[in-house]
Every structure is written in structure tokens, then in C-alpha cells.
Design a protein around this ligand. Structure first.
Ligand code: SAH
Length: 214
């Protein structure tokens, strides 16, 4: 089956049927060639309803998880968004389709490099990359309308929250290193307003305001 058809089926069965309604998210997921973000040996499974390994013990998130997290950020064409955990770069591409610009941070340089090459090949010019500890955020380009953390955190990183605009949203899995609750954190009058959504499992967020390295 060609990839475009696989992509359409992925969006119909995994995204729309599960009540994702944000048009921007749906269009982006129909467009971005997810298989180009995994090794060629996994191209055939790239549109399946599960995460896949991307090397260095990390994973590309399940398509539905990418859709939910993006929808919960409530982004628009003028939004500036910060992503922590570039990983494969697939989620970065979805954000870049929807927003004005994406700032993305990855701690593993081999992954950052692969993601950057894939995204540059696809022609994205509204993405800025950084290698380092994303729990510290990216203060030079702050504040952000949305901040997405694609790894499981023990708590809300204070510095990241401080880089959020008033009224902005942070989407972050919070919990233990093997199971978390996807949480939306809003900044209202400078204060944190937390909305827990549902249980999930992400690789650990490792850094100064995350888990310590083994
Ligand atoms: N959105 C990515 C998810 C990759 S998994 C995708 O769908 O492909 C999470 C990523 O977060 C991993 O690549 C991991 O190396 C990275 N990560 C973990 N802790 C980090 C930190 N403190 N700063 C930046 N990246 C981090």
C-alpha cells in the first residue's frame, strides 16, 4: 500500500475516530510523511497504532499521542512553540505545519542530527534546533504560547513554566519513570492551573529539573 493511503487510514481510524477535531492537527497528520522519521526497515509499520524505536533507547510517539498533545496545546498560525525532546523530529514537523515557529531541544546529539537532516530535507525553515538539557528551556526565545514535553517528568519544571506566556499552555506527562498522567498546565495570572487528562507512558525526561541520569 502506498504511504499516502496508509496515512489517510491512520488519520481516519486512529485520529478522527478517537475524537480529535482540530483541523490543523488533522491536516498536518495527513501531510507529514511519518515513515521518513524511522529507519527504512520500519517504514511499513510507521503508520501503525503504536510507538516505534528510533535508536539510543528512545521512541517515536504513537500517532494518536502526537495528535492529542498537539490539540491540547491549542496552537494557531501565529504561535511560537517550544518542544522538549526532538527525538525523531516527527512531532516537530507536525508543530511546524501548524505554528509560526518551533524551538526544539534534544539532549542526545545523534538523534538531533538525524531529526534535523530529515526536517531539512522536507524543507522546513521555521524550526530552530538546540542540543542540551531541555528542562532548562530556551530563555533567549521565550516567552512561548505553548510548551510541549515529550518525555515523562517527575514534576513541572519551574524554568519551563517561567518561559510560558500569560494564557499559554504546557503539555507534559507527569508521574514516575514508567507511568505518567498527561497534564495540561495553563498560566493564569502568573499561576499554574493543572488539568490531568489520562494515563500514558513516555521515556524519562532526564535533566536538572527531570530525572537524574543512571
Ligand atoms: N517527540 C519525539 C519523542 C521522542 S522520545 C518523537 O515522537 O519522536 C523523548 C525524547 O526526549 C528522547 O529523544 C530523549 O532523548 C529526549 N529527552 C529526554 N530528556 C531530555 C531533556 N532534558 N532535554 C531534551 N531532550 C530530552
Amino acid at each position: 500500500m502506498e504511504f499516502e493511503k496508509k496515512r489517510r487510514l491512520m488519520v481516519e481510524n486512529q485520529i478522527i475516530k478517537r475524537r480529535i477535531t482540530d483541523k490543523g492537527v488533522i491536516e498536518a497528520m495527513l501531510k507529514v510523511p511519518r515513515h521518513l522519521f524511522v529507519e527504512e526497515a520500519m517504514w511499513e509499520s510507521a503508520y501503525g497504532d503504536f510507538p516505534l524505536p528510533i535508536g539510543d533507547g528512545q521512541t517515536i510517539s504513537q500517532p494518536y499521542m502526537v495528535a492529542v498533545m498537539t490539540e491540547k496545546l491549542e496552537l494557531g498560525k501565529d504561535s511560537r512553540v517550544l518542544e522538549i525532546g526532538t527525538g525523531s523530529g516527527y512531532q516537530t514537523a507536525i508543530l511546524a505545519e501548524i505554528c509560526e515557529c518551533v524551538f526544539t531541544v534534544e539532549r542526545i546529539s545523534a538523534l538531533e542530527k538525524k531529526a534535523r537532516i530529515a526536517l531539512e530535507k522536507l524543507g522546513y525553515i521555521n524550526i530552530a534546533f538546540k542540543i542540551g538539557d531541555g528542562t532548562l528551556g530556551w530563555s533567549e526565545s521565550a516567552p512561548y504560547d505553548g510548551i510541549l514535553i515529550t518525555a515523562g517528568a517527575p514534576r513541572i519544571p519551574e524554568l519551563l513554566f517561567s518561559q510560558l506566556k500569560e494564557g499559554g499552555r504546557m503539555v507534559i506527562p507527569i508521574g514516575s519513570s514508567y507511568s505518567q498522567v498527561l497534564t495540561v498546565v495553563r498560566k493564569r495570572k502568573g499561576k499554574m492551573v493543572e488539568e490531568p487528562c489520562f494515563g500514558c507512558t513516555f521515556v524519562p525526561l532526564i535533566g536538572r529539573e527531570g530525572w537524574s541520569e543512571e
